[in-house]
Design a protein around this ligand. Structure first.
Ligand SMILES: *[C@@H]1O[C@H](CO)[C@@H](O)[C@H](O)[C@H]1NC(C)=O
Ligand SMILES: *[C@@H]1O[C@H](CO)[C@@H](O)[C@H](O)[C@H]1NC(C)=O
Ligand SMILES: *[C@@H]1O[C@H](CO)[C@@H](O)[C@H](O)[C@H]1NC(C)=O
Ligand SMILES: *[C@@H]1O[C@H](CO)[C@@H](O)[C@H](O)[C@H]1NC(C)=O
Ligand SMILES: *[C@@H]1O[C@H](CO)[C@@H](O)[C@H](O)[C@H]1NC(C)=O
Ligand SMILES: *[C@@H]1O[C@H](CO)[C@@H](O)[C@H](O)[C@H]1NC(C)=O
Length: 836
């Protein structure tokens, strides 16, 4: 009986849910940022951070009075709806935090809602969200009665003190009025106004960044989801930061940047190799080819009519070219025996360099071992040495087991016929240019840098360089001469480009982007599950919310490879893996290995699943290599292998995943240019996937794998790309001292930018929106980024960096920020992006 009578009624519970949701979310929100806040300012301004919450709570307390009149019922329903919304927002906030360690961005949710595959990602965390909601409810349930009556008493007190005293006089005689007002103002109103005024003062004086973001209260922050995308004006060029500043500590004025000069459109001649009807991707070589306004339909009225200046390598102040360098010596002699008839580009989803192959000597390897008790460590090392055998053969980096012996490779189904001294270029130190997969993929295929805005807006724009399929398509237009065909018959064959992946390509407009890149043929999940398809039905279940395991594409790849041999075609095969994506599923009959121990406070099961998908993909690469061997084309196929981005786990950092997470483990990727007849060359360079396209072109030119007409085209467009060629010594800086700046977008693209330069060990995460803080690390001293410096403003970060790392680091930081801002604007300009 006692229990039943103590069950609270609906209004107190609803109100308690509001209070618990709003306050707990705010506290979590502040804790997530507390490291980056200067203590004194934080203490000073913290009262203002709770003002919106107090407002929300007060309004809802008034709405959630036990209803009697009709008006009160209406208000009550409104309050109830707002309560549910608040509860939902808080549960999502906590669920998101528990899954990824980062914050929900309501502003990004609109783009997710229109995308079925993206919705599945969101739903993958639904249990954590539900659990968070349940905990909020439980706490609310227990505090509800007291909370409701307590706040009720406060409201009454306020009403009694002032409301009544103001109302009373009206019913009384005029002369009694002054006394009543005095009672209210002196005993109650005065201190209250003092508090209100000081709060207002603090509110007006506090810095907008980060306190505006920190003070946001649910459910008000959800309104961010509804701001629309307004079209802006055409971005105009901005001067490169170091132009007028001869004093710059790190480099002199760039040599080849004549900003402000007229584009030399008139002087430029139409290249003779450019066909009359210009193929897609090559429009920028047309003379006078500014893209015209009408292309974009209605133009914002207040914009001045401005022409668009295409990307122009000669005027790119950040470009560092190494085409004037000699070919790497070991390669030079090998070229005469090398044929490149086919090209394959393999992009490894969440492919971390530390696991390609897995070998001792990285922070990750140490973390994997640390999960084991001392007695189990040797066994763990032996398992890890066996985890990625194919990657060892492809890179020529060999893992060692617990005895310090090279891993025994005989367990691999695929054995490299080329031997350990052969295999081509293995890059150590490569970084991705985007932790958003599809933007990263585009960099490899087209040699362009991505647009620093959320999600794949590039799908609706012109890609500013020709992509590989478009180049091959252009090559198809010309015939080889009889002599050429006699020397190398494949020079007379036509190219065929095919994109293959076992998952869906409908996520975030990937299919549209692929068509823009020039792919006319593809194998995707949609093909695999099509009843009409040749190899229908699929052999296994879907392994994640994007689609199937890679092996479902095998029969299709087989057809393509053998078809190319049979029909005398040159194949450009692009393949994106997906099993290594969250939630890391492998086919049911694939034997899983326990790689992780139980030690430590982190749940190692996610990492363990991931490692199994890594081994699965390693095996899969062996299957692909075996297929090429079987078809007899491995000696004439160049394979570029690159990771799209890394993947941060609890073992690496507090914040996990790639979403809005700048941690370095999301950026180190493998990069390999494999050809069995090229000698093995290890290159230590912080290259990005921008180098893929130029390297492929350069290799095909140098090995005489193109007919004369195509070689002319390839040689003409090669210097127009921003990336360096990896068959030549990588230049870390230009003659004038400017380093190669590597910019990397952080998923979902428009919130933060990671900046490194090839001549310094420093790394900066620069916010592109006010909700994010600056973050600085020294990778030389702290390769796992465990001790980042964080601040909300540049002056503050600068002083922190100066104190910890000295003047050079602070000077680098100033330059990085300037270059970063310039780069963001310049990217929007070369993409001719009109959004905000
Ligand atoms: C490698 O392992 C195989 C069995 O998987 C064994 O037969 C072979 O002797 C081993 N090689 C070395 C060098 O230990
Ligand atoms: C290329 O050869 C084919 C037949 O072999 C011919 O039909 C075509 O016109 C030729 N194209 C050019 C550009 O010469
Ligand atoms: C070879 O080309 C012909 C004609 O284009 C086509 O019908 C056939 O399917 C191709 N064969 C293979 C194995 O792709
Ligand atoms: C798993 O099953 C598929 C389809 O039945 C088969 O092709 C594959 O070889 C099997 N894999 C293993 C490791 O048994
Ligand atoms: C590839 O070339 C090597 C020599 O460079 C040769 O031994 C091997 O048989 C060739 N493989 C195929 C499949 O032709
Ligand atoms: C840059 O490359 C060097 C040389 O390979 C490597 O040691 C360093 O870790 C790379 N930087 C990053 C951020 O990976």
């Amino acid at each position: 009986m006692a229990l039943i009578s103590s069950i609270p009624s609906i209004p107190p519970i609803l109100f308690a849910i509001v209070v618990v949701s709003v306050l707990s979310t705010k506290i979590l929100h502040i804790l997530q940022h507390i490291q980056s806040l200067p203590f004194v300012y934080f203490v000073l301004y913290s009262p203002t951070l709770f003002l919106p919450d107090v407002l929300v709570i007060t309004v809802l307390r008034l709405l959630l009075q036990s209803p009697e009149t009709r008006l009160q019922w209406v208000l009550f329903y409104l309050g109830g709806a707002l309560t549910l919304l608040t509860w939902f927002a808080a549960s999502t906030h906590f669920g998101f935090f528990l899954e990824t360690g980062s914050e929900v961005q309501w502003g990004a949710s609109e783009s997710f809602l229109r995308d079925p595959a993206a919705m599945k990602i969101l739903f993958s965390g639904i249990y954590t969200v539900i659990a968070s909601g349940a905990v909020i409810f439980a706490i609310s349930f227990f505090v509800s009665t007291r909370l409701y009556s307590m706040t009720g008493r406060w409201l009454h007190a306020v009403r009694d003190r002032c409301w009544e005293s103001i109302k009373e006089p009206r019913s009384l005689l005029p002369h009694s009025q002054p006394m009543n007002i005095r009672r209210c103002s002196f005993h109650w109103l005065l201190p209250t106004s003092a508090i209100v005024i000081s709060l207002f003062f603090l509110l007006l004086t506090r810095p907008a960044v980060p306190y505006n973001h920190l003070s946001g209260a649910i459910p008000l922050t959800m309104l961010n989801a509804f701001h629309g995308q307004a079209a802006g004006c055409r971005p105009q060029p901005r001067p490169f930061p170091f132009l007028d500043d001869g004093e710059s500590t790190h480099f002199r004025r760039p040599l080849n940047w004549a900003f402000g000069s007229k584009p030399e459109e008139e002087e430029r001649e139409r290249p003779s190799w450019l066909p009359e009807d210009i193929p897609p991707g090559f429009h920028r070589w047309e003379v006078g080819s500014a893209i015209h306004e009408e292309k974009y339909g209605v133009q914002a009225i207040q914009c001045a009519p401005e022409v668009f200046e295409h990307y122009n390598a000669a005027r790119d102040p950040m470009k560092v070219s190494n085409l004037d360098e000699e070919i790497l010596a070991p390669l030079q002699d090998a070229f005469k025996d090398v044929d490149i008839q086919h090209v394959m580009l393999v992009i490894l989803e969440s492919g971390r360099k530390e696991l390609f192959p897995t070998q001792p000597g990285t922070p990750l390897y140490d973390a994997l071992l640390d999960s084991h008790e001392e007695k189990d460590k040797e066994d763990a090392m032996d398992k890890l040495a066996q985890m990625t055998l194919v990657s060892q053969m492809l890179t020529g980096e060999y893992a060692v087991d617990s005895l310090g012996q090279p891993a025994n490779l005989s367990a691999s189904k695929w054995q490299d016929p080329a031997g350990p001294d052969m295999g081509g270029i293995n890059v150590r130190g490569a970084l991705t240019g985007s932790s958003l997969t599809l933007k990263s993929m585009m960099m490899g295929h087209c040699g362009v840098q991505p647009l620093p805005v959320d999600l794949l807006e590039e799908a609706g724009l012109d890609i500013y360089q020709p992509c590989l399929p478009q180049i091959f398509e252009l090559f198809n237009r010309k015939n080889a001469s009889a002599e050429e065909i006699q020397e190398k018959p494949f020079l007379g064959y036509n190219w065929k480009s095919v994109f293959t992946q076992s998952c869906t390509d409908t996520y975030d407009r990937q299919n549209i982007l692929q068509e823009r890149m020039g792919f006319k043929e593809k194998v995707t999940k949609e093909v695999i599950e099509d009843v009409e398809s040749k190899h229908y039905p699929p052999k296994g279940e879907e392994v994640n919310y994007f689609g199937f395991a890679e092996e479902e594409t095998y029969p299709y790849l087989r057809d393509l490879v053998f078809g190319a041999v049979e029909n005398n075609t040159r194949l450009f095969l692009s393949h994106l893996t997906s099993s290594t994506h969250h939630p890391w599923g492998v086919p049911e009959n694939y034997t899983k290995v326990q790689y992780m121990g139980k030690k430590g406070s982190v749940d190692h099961s996610l990492m363990n699943n991931y490692l199994n998908t890594i081994r699965y993909i390693d095996d899969w690469l062996g299957d692909i290599m075996g297929l090429l061997d079987e078809a007899g084309i491995s000696n004439s196929t160049l394979i570029a292998i690159v990771g799209d981005h890394g993947q941060a786990f609890g073992e690496d950092a507090k914040v996990t995943g790639t979403f809005e997470n700048g941690h370095i483990s999301n950026f180190r990727v493998p990069l390999v240019f494999r050809h069995p007849q090229l000698p093995r060359v290890h290159v230590d360079a912080n290259a990005t996937s921008l180098t893929i396209l130029p390297t492929i072109l350069d290799l095909m030119i140098q090995t005489k794998s193109l007919k004369q007409e195509d070689e002319t085209v390839a040689s003409a467009i090669l210097p127009e790309y921003q990336g360096q060629s990896m068959i030549r010594p990588f230049k870390n800086e230009r003659e004038d001292g400017m380093p190669v700046w590597n910019m990397a977008l952080i998923n979902s693209g428009g919130s933060m930018l990671a900046i490194t330069s090839t001549t310094s060990p420093f790394r900066l995460i620069m916010p592109l929106k006010t909700e994010f803080a600056f973050r600085f690390t020294h990778l030389g001293k702290d390769p796992g980024e465990t001790q980042p410096l964080q601040a909300w403003t540049m002056p503050r970060l600068s002083s922190l960096v100066m104190a910890d790392h000295g003047e050079d680091a602070a000077a680098w930081l100033e330059e990085a920020v300037k270059v970063g801002h310039w780069w963001v604007d310049e990217q929007k300009r070369v993409w001719d992006y009109r959004g905000r």
